[in-house]
Structures are given as structure tokens and as C-alpha cells.
Unconditional design. Structure first.
Length: 374
């Protein structure tokens, strides 16, 4: 997601925060400090209100992160790797490298997030009661109670049967289980997501008309976001269904220019990049493919060192994320394209390079299909 930066890694999963998240952090902090605490706890001084509000906002951030991590842990245990988790203005999203291939997996993944939120709700509730028994500061007790309530709200909201919310995924899994039709179940769950989105938009307009500006705008944005995500999720599923039926060998570009790893980077630039106008080339040694080299690798090298540096020294070694089999479905190639950072995958049979698949190939296919379908 654009505008995101990495803050760490948990269980091999990159954790990112999008710049938009600071909007919700500021909004939660301000709403509590300027609205909630002065109304319900007027005895709190200004410092107590702002410190408590900031702590609640940070703990809410941690709660959303744990919610997404629970999805990710279950996903990994079910054999579906997770590349990263991004926290942004509307919550969090885990980037799972492949969709579940059976409804039971979908169901397990979906209920993990709300389950964690309910667990946190209970934990904060118990801590609040313990703090009260121990006569600890009222601000701490109130903050824990608020965190308990907000996690309960998070669980309930996510359990609404509207795709792509967790409840929508539960609904899709159940329909998929009994109908055996993923496309039908996704269409129904996505339609529920669109309806729920429109209802939130309508509620937002109603609040705006009654001078509840902040809440109204917030519901408008959330409704719009859910509506868009539900439609995009269904379209994505349709594309996956199309590409599941096409083999890579029918889709690949078979005329591939290969670069020998012994030539200089300067020669690579002049004789390959400028001549063929490709952004990436497979690299070989003694007739065997050993990796890839891209314009990004060249850009990272000092121009003055190009003539003294071999292609092999800046090439990216061959790995599973860069290779597909000619008999793999195009959807598998798409999954690797989205995760390998190269925008290309090599089509190989053993050590033989048969072709290459790029993002451009997929876009061109979709464009042509759209033109023919009209």
C-alpha cells in the first residue's frame, strides 16, 4: 500500500503502518480527550485526559494488529504464507499470498480475528476489575474498560455478514461448503457487502443532516470503503477463476533474450536494455539460468563502476518466487508476480527456460478480452 513504512517483523511477517493510520490515531485521541473524558469524567485534569487518550489509541493500534496477526497465524498453519500486515485508517489488512482452496480453511481464518478481539475484550475487562479491587488510579481502570468495549465493538462489526469483513468471509465459507460453488458464494457475500456499505453511507448522510459531522463523515468513508472492497473482491475472484483455467504455456512469451553473467553492466545497458527495451533479463552461466537482472539493479550501481562490474555480481539469484512450470495455472504465476517484486516470472521445465510471464502480459490479455467481449 502506497505511503506505508515498515516498523518491524513478527513471525516472519513484515508489519507496516500506512500514513493514513495517523489520522485515526489523532481522531481517537482527540475525541476521547476533548469529548468523552470531559463529559463522563470531568474530574480528570487535562494531562490525565490526554495521556489516557493517547494510551488508549496506542492500545487500540495493538488490538487491531493482534486481530490481523491471528488471521495470519491461522493462515500460515493452513499452508498459506502471509507477506505483510498493513495498518491503515480503516483498520488492518493481511496480505495473504493465496486464497483458501476449501471452505473449512476460509472459515478458520475468518473467525480467528473476531475471536482474538473477543479474547482481548475479556482480558481488558478482567484487568479493569482487578485494578478496581486494588484501588489503582481511576484513569487506568476507565482506560481498560474502554479498551474492553472497543474490542467488543471491533468483534461485532467484523462479524457482520458482509464481504470482505470477517463475517462476510464466514458467510462465503458456509455457502461455499453447502453449494460447492465458490463463485456463487463470493457473489452473494459481496452483494451483502455492497448493501451494508450503502446502509452505512445512508446512516452517515443522516448523521450529517442532523449536525453529527464527525460521525457522519466517518460512516460515509467506512461505507464507501466496504462497498468498493466488496466489488473489487468479487472482480478479483472472477479473474482468478479465469486464470485458474489457463496454463502458463498457453500464456507466456516464448521469445526471451538471455544475458550472460560475465558481460559488464555497461554492455548490458547499451546492448540489451537500450536495444531490446525490456526492464528485466534472465541471466545465464554456461548455458544454465542462474538468476535475473533488472533496471533497478543497474540503477543501484554507481554509473562510474558499470564498465568494471559484471552482470553476475548484481544479478538476483534464481529462487522459487521467480519460477513457474509451464503446466502451472496462470493464477499461480500471478501470485508470484505480486510477491516477488520483479514483475516477471520465468517459465522453466527443469533447467530449460521456455518463456517469461510479466504483468504486462496479463494486462494485455485482460484488455483484449474486454475488447472482444464488448
Amino acid at each position: 500500500m502506497k505511503g506505508s513504512f515498515r516498523i518491524g517483523k513478527i513471525m516472519g511477517i513484515d508489519i507496516e503502518v500506512n500514513a493514513s493510520w495517523f489520522i485515526i490515531f489523532a481522531l481517537v485521541t482527540y475525541t476521547l480527550a476533548a469529548g468523552y473524558f470531559p463529559v463522563y469524567y470531568p474530574a480528570f485534569d487535562s494531562t490525565t485526559r490526554w495521556v489516557s487518550s493517547s494510551v488508549i489509541a496506542i492500545m487500540f493500534f495493538a488490538s487491531v494488529l493482534l486481530h490481523e496477526l491471528s488471521h495470519s497465524v491461522v493462515s500460515i498453519k493452513l499452508g498459506m504464507p502471509v507477506k505483510k500486515i498493513t495498518l491503515f485508517i480503516f483498520g488492518g489488512i493481511a496480505q495473504i499470498e493465496q486464497e483458501p482452496d476449501e471452505p473449512v480453511k476460509e472459515l478458520k481464518m475468518a473467525i480467528a480475528g473476531p475471536g482474538m478481539s473477543l479474547l482481548l475484550c475479556g482480558l481488558f475487562f478482567i484487568l479493569a476489575k482487578l485494578f478496581a479491587v486494588m484501588n489503582l488510579p481511576l484513569a487506568a481502570i476507565v482506560s481498560l474498560e474502554y479498551l474492553s468495549n472497543i474490542n467488543l465493538s471491533l468483534a461485532i462489526f467484523n462479524l457482520v455478514p458482509a464481504f470482505p469483513l470477517d463475517g462476510g468471509r464466514v458467510l462465503r465459507a458456509l455457502i461455499w461448503r453447502f453449494s460447492g460453488n465458490l463463485q456463487k458464494s463470493t457473489r452473494i457475500a459481496s452483494a451483502m457487502g455492497s448493501i451494508f456499505g450503502y446502509l452505512l453511507i445512508a446512516a452517515g448522510i443522516f448523521l450529517l443532516l442532523n449536525n453529527y459531522i464527525v460521525n457522519g463523515v466517518w460512516l460515509l468513508f467506512i461505507g464507501w470503503f466496504i462497498n468498493q472492497m466488496s466489488k473489487e473482491s468479487y472482480q478479483s475472484m472472477l479473474l482468478s477463476d479465469i486464470f485458474d483455467k489457463i496454463k502458463v504455456r498457453e500464456f507466456m512469451t516464448d521469445k526471451v533474450v538471455i544475458v550472460d553473467r560475465s558481460i559488464s553492466v555497461q554492455e548490458l545497458v547499451e546492448e540489451y536494455f537500450y536495444k531490446y527495451k525490456f526492464a528485466l533479463f534472465p541471466v545465464s552461466q554456461d548455458g544454465r539460468i542462474t538468476g535475473i537482472v533488472s533496471t533497478a539493479s543497474v540503477k543501484a550501481l554507481d554509473p562510474a563502476a558499470r564498465s568494471q562490474t559484471s552482470v553476475g555480481s548484481i544479478a538476483t539469484p534464481l529462487s522459487d518466487k521467480l519460477v513457474v512450470s509451464p503446466d502451472d495455472a496462470v493464477s499461480k504465476a500471478m501470485s508470484k508476480l505480486s510477491s516477488n517484486g520483479a514483475g516477471r516470472v520465468l517459465v522453466m521445465e527443469g533447467e530449460n527456460l521456455l518463456g517469461i510471464v510479466s504483468n504486462t502480459d496479463i494486462l494485455n490479455y485482460l484488455w483484449i478480452k474486454n475488447q472482444i467481449s464488448k
